[in-house]
Design a protein around this ligand. Structure first.
Ligand SMILES: Nc1ncnc2c1ncn2[C@@H]1O[C@H](COP(=O)(O)OP(=O)(O)OP(=O)(O)O)[C@@H](O)[C@H]1O
Ligand SMILES: [Mg+2]
Length: 708
C-alpha cells in the first residue's frame, strides 16, 4: 500500500523571501473585513505570476449510432463536446465561462481541472507559465469546487472549516495560526453570523443555500490554492448571494490565484467582476476576451447591442438565435476565429512553444515565490527557518496518523450529534433479541431443543449481518465527501479506510453486548460465563465483518437502491449456503466453494461449536431418541421395549437414562466439524480485514475515475 507518497521538490531559486513574513502577510490579508475591494485589486503594472494557457482542447466521446440490434457490429460515432478551445487565465483575474445549457461548460472545467485524462484531449494542451501542467503538480496546487455541497450535516460552519484546515494546513503551522486562518476565512466568506450554525440536511435545519455554498468553497480554498476551478458556483442562489460568492472569488483571485469558473446567466453586476470571458456554443468558442470588448465584437459581427442591455444575456440570446437557425452558430464561430487569429491563437502558440514574456518567471520559480508569499499553505512543507533553501511540494500535508486522528474525530463529532441512528440500531437489536429470547424461551435438552437451537443460531447470526445494512446510506454519504476531498489530496485513502473501521467499533461493542445479553439467558445457552464471552465475541466479529462487507459494497455500487439490493441478496445467499438449510456434506460439489465464501457459515458454526462442543451435555437420552420419529406417538412402555430390544441387538445395555447423543455427536451429525470455535472466530475477523483491503482497492480504482 502506498502509504508514503512520493514528493516533488522545488528548489527555491531566490532566497530573498522570508517565509515567516510571507505567512504573516497572507494571514493579515485574510483578516481584512469582508469585501474590502480596494485591498484586493490586482496591481495593474505587476507582471502576472501565473499564466494558465489552454490550447486547442478537443474532446470527443463515442456514441453508439443506433440502439437496435446488432449495435455491436455498427461503428461508433464520435460526438465532439469540445472543439479546439483555446484561452488564457491569469492570477489576479477571474475567467468566466458562459454558454447555453449543454454547451460544454462543465466539460471544459473538467478538462482544465484534470478530470479528463490528458490523452483524451486531442492535440490540445494545458500549460502553466509555458510548461505542460502535470497531474501531480496540479493536484497539489489546485482546487475544484464541485456543484454539489457535500459536507458533514451535523458539523457547524466553523468546525467544518477547522477540520478542513487541519487536513490541509501544514503541521508546523501553530494551532493559533490555523485558528486565525479559519477565522479570517469566515470573515472573508461573510459567514460570521452563521459560524456556529450546523450545516444541516433534510432532517435538520441548518445554514442557507448561499451560506452552504460559501462554506463549500471555503473548505476547498483553505490552503489558498494557486489554481481554483468552480463549476457554476452561483447556480440556485438569489442575485445578492450570487454576487457575494463572486466577490469572494474576486478576492481569492486578488490574493494571487487563477480563478476559472463557469456561470449560469450572469447578472450585469457579476459581469462587471469578470476579467476575461469565454462564451461557448455547442463545444466551440464564439468569444474569448475582455467582457468590455463584447459590445464591439457583436457590433462588428453586425449585431449591435443597445445601450444598457445586459451584455451576457444579449450575447447568449444572439448565440441561441444563431444555433436555432440554419447553419447554427458556424458564422459566429468563423467570425471569432478570423478575428482572433492574430491575437489569441498567436498568444497561445507563443505559450505553447515556451516563448513566454520575459517578465513571467518559470513555473518552478513562480510556485516557490508564491509559497514564500504565503500562498499554498498545504503544499509548502517549508522548513520553518528562513535560511532554508528548499521548499518541498509534498503530496500530502499530514502524516498518516494525524490524518487518522482528524478523520476519526470528525466522524465521531458528526455521529454523536445524530444519536438517533445509533439508538435506532440499538432499539432494533434489543427488540429482535427480546423476541428471540421469548420465542426460543429456555430451550431444553432434547432432540427438538437441538433443532430449535439450530434455527435460533441461524436466525440470530443473519440478523447481525442484516443489521449492518443500515450503515449503507451513511457510508455512501461519507464516500461522496471522501471522493471530493481526496480528488485534490486532502488525505490518504488508507487513513479514510482505517478511520472508517475504527469509528464504528465502539458502537459495535455496545450492540453486541446488548444482543448477547438479551438472548443468552433467555434462550438458555450453554457454558455459563465463558460461553457468554465467546458468544459475545462471535457477534462482535460478525458486526466487524458485516460492516466491512457493506463498506466494500458501497464502494463498488454507488447507488443506494442498488447497494441495498446487492447487500440483501448476498446475505440471503450467505445464509442459504451457511450449512443450516443443507449440511455441508450434502451441498453439491459444484456449490461447495460458495459455502466457504459464506460469511454466515463461520458465525453460525462458531456459536454451534460453543453450544454443543463443550460441557459434555446430553441431548438425546433413552426414549427421547424416538421424539422426532413416528414412534414418538407410542406409549412410554412400548418405547422402552423397543429401546431394550435395540440394545440387545447391539449387544449393549440401553436404559431410559442412557445418553444416546452428546453435543459432539450433534455437531458431527450436522457436518459442523471442520473448524474449532476459535478458528471460526479468527476466520470472521480475517474476513473483516479482507473486506477492508478490498474496500481500499475499490476506492483506489474509483478514485482514478476520470473521464477518458
Ligand atoms: N457521457 C456523455 N455522453 C454523452 N453526452 C455527454 C456526456 N457527457 C456530456 N455530454 C454532453 O456534452 C454536452 C456538454 O455537457 P456539459 O455538462 O459540459 O454542459 P454544460 O454547458 O455544463 O451544461 P449545463 O449548463 O446544463 O451544466 C451536453 O450536451 C451533454 O449532453
Ligand atoms: Mg454544467
Amino acid at each position: 500500500m502506498p502509504l508514503l507518497p512520493a514528493s516533488i521538490t522545488v528548489e527555491v531559486a531566490d532566497n530573498e523571501f522570508n517565509h515567516n513574513v510571507g505567512l504573516l502577510r497572507a494571514g493579515t490579508n485574510f483578516m481584512e473585513p469582508s469585501f474590502a475591494e480596494h485591498e484586493f485589486r490586482t496591481e495593474p503594472d505587476r507582471p502576472p505570476s501565473f499564466i494558465l494557457a489552454f490550447h486547442y482542447l478537443t474532446y470527443a466521446i463515442k456514441t453508439p449510432t443506433s440502439k437496435s440490434f446488432p449495435f455491436l457490429l455498427r461503428s461508433a460515432r464520435y460526438r465532439t463536446l469540445l472543439d479546439s478551445i483555446s484561452g488564457e487565465a491569469r492570477d489576479g483575474e477571474i475567467l468566466g465561462i458562459i454558454g447555453a445549457s449543454g454547451s460544454g461548460k462543465s466539460t471544459l472545467i473538467d478538462a482544465l481541472a484534470d478530470r479528463i485524462s490528458k490523452p483524451s484531449l486531442g492535440k490540445g494542451g494545458i500549460f502553466l507559465n509555458g510548461e505542460p501542467l502535470e497531474s501531480k503538480i496540479q493536484k497539489t496546487i489546485s482546487a475544484y469546487v464541485l456543484q454539489d455541497d457535500l459536507l458533514f450535516p451535523m458539523l457547524t460552519v466553523e468546525e467544518t472549516l477547522t477540520f478542513a484546515a487541519e487536513f490541509r494546513l501544514p503541521r508546523w503551522l501553530s494551532a493559533s495560526k490555523k485558528r486565525d486562518r479559519v477565522q479570517a476565512l469566515i470573515n472573508q466568506l461573510g459567514l460570521r453570523a452563521a459560524a456556529s450554525t450546523i450545516i444541516g440536511d433534510e432532517g435538520h435545519r441548518g445554514v442557507s443555500g448561499g451560506e452552504r455554498r460559501r462554506v463549500s468553497i471555503g473548505t476547498d480554498i483553505i490552503h489558498d490554492p494557486i489554481l481554483l476551478f468552480l463549476d457554476e458556483p452561483t447556480s440556485g442562489l438569489d442575485s445578492t448571494s450570487a454576487f457575494r460568492v463572486m466577490k469572494v472569488l474576486q478576492m481569492i483571485a486578488s490574493s494571487g490565484s487563477v480563478v476559472v469558473t463557469s456561470i449560469h446567466q450572469p447578472s450585469a453586476r457579476i459581469m462587471g467582476l469578470l476579467d476575461r470571458l469565454l462564451i461557448l456554443s455547442q463545444g466551440r468558442t464564439v468569444f474569448f476576451g475582455s467582457p468590455n470588448r463584447l459590445a464591439d465584437f457583436f457590433a462588428d459581427f453586425g449585431r449591435p447591442m443597445s445601450q444598457g442591455e445586459n451584455k451576457a444575456e444579449f450575447a447568449l440570446d444572439v448565440v441561441r438565435e444563431l444555433e436555432e437557425g440554419p447553419g447554427g452558430a458556424d458564422k459566429l464561430v468563423q467570425f471569432f476565429r478570423l478575428r482572433a487569429q492574430g491575437s489569441i491563437a498567436g498568444l497561445s502558440e507563443a505559450r505553447l512553444t515556451g516563448r513566454i514574456s520575459s517578465s513571467t518567471s518559470t513555473l518552478e520559480a513562480a510556485i516557490t515565490a508564491s509559497i514564500s508569499r504565503g500562498k499554498l499553505f498545504a503544499a509548502a512543507m517549508l522548513d520553518a527557518s528562513p535560511s532554508s533553501t528548499t521548499a518541498k511540494l509534498a503530496q500530502f500535508t499530514n502524516p498518516f496518523y494525524v490524518e487518522l486522528s482528524i478523520l476519526t474525530r470528525r466522524s465521531f463529532t458528526n455521529t454523536w450529534r445524530m444519536p438517533e441512528l445509533f439508538f435506532m440500531r440499538l432499539g432494533t437489536i434489543l427488540v429482535t433479541g427480546g423476541i428471540f429470547a421469548t420465542f426460543f424461551f429456555r430451550l431444553d435438552l432434547s432432540p427438538r431443543g437441538v433443532q430449535e437451537r439450530f434455527g435460533f443460531f441461524a436466525l440470530a447470526m443473519s440478523t447481525i449481518y442484516y443489521t449492518c445494512t443500515d450503515s449503507l446510506p451513511v457510508f455512501l454519504q461519507e464516500l461522496y465527501i471522501f471522493f471530493r476531498e481526496t480528488a485534490y489530496n486532502s488525505y490518504r485513502r488508507s487513513s479514510f479506510v482505517l478511520s472508517n473501521s475504527l469509528v464504528a467499533l465502539p458502537s459495535f461493542f455496545i450492540l453486541s453486548l446488548a444482543f448477547a445479553s438479551a438472548t443468552f439467558t433467555g434462550v438458555g445457552l450453554a457454558n455459563g460465563s465463558s460461553g457468554f464471552i465467546f458468544y459475545f465475541l462471535i457477534i462482535l466479529a460478525s458486526f466487524w465483518a458485516g460492516s466491512g462487507f457493506v463498506s466494500f459494497l458501497s464502494a463498488v455500487v454507488s447507488q443506494l437502491m442498488l447497494g441495498y439490493f446487492a447487500v440483501v441478496a448476498m446475505l440471503g445467499y450467505f445464509l442459504l449456503f451457511s450449512g443450516f438449510f443443507i449440511n455441508r456434506d450434502r451441498i453439491p460439489d459444484y456449490w461447495i466453494w460458495f459455502h466457504y465464501l459464506s460469511l454466515v457459515k463461520y458465525s453460525y458454526e462458531g456459536v454451534l461449536q460453543n453450544e454443543f462442543g463443550e460441557g459434555g451435555k446430553c441431548f438425546v437420552r433413552g426414549v427421547q431418541i424416538f421424539d422426532t420419529t413416528p414412534l414418538g406417538e407410542m406409549t412410554e412402555k412400548v418405547k422402552e421395549g423397543v429401546l431394550k430390544a435395540a440394545g440387545r441387538a447391539l449387544g449393549e445395555k440401553i436404559s431410559p437414562e442412557t445418553c444416546l447423543m452428546t453435543g459432539m455427536d450433534v455437531l458431527e451429525q450436522n457436518g459442523v466439524t471442520q473448524l474449532g470455535k476459535w478458528w471460526c472466530l479468527a476466520v470472521i475477523v480475517a474476513w473483516g480485514f479482507l473486506f477492508r483491503v478490498l474496500f481500499y482497492l475499490a476506492l483506489m480504482v474509483r478514485g482514478r475515475n476520470k473521464r477518458t
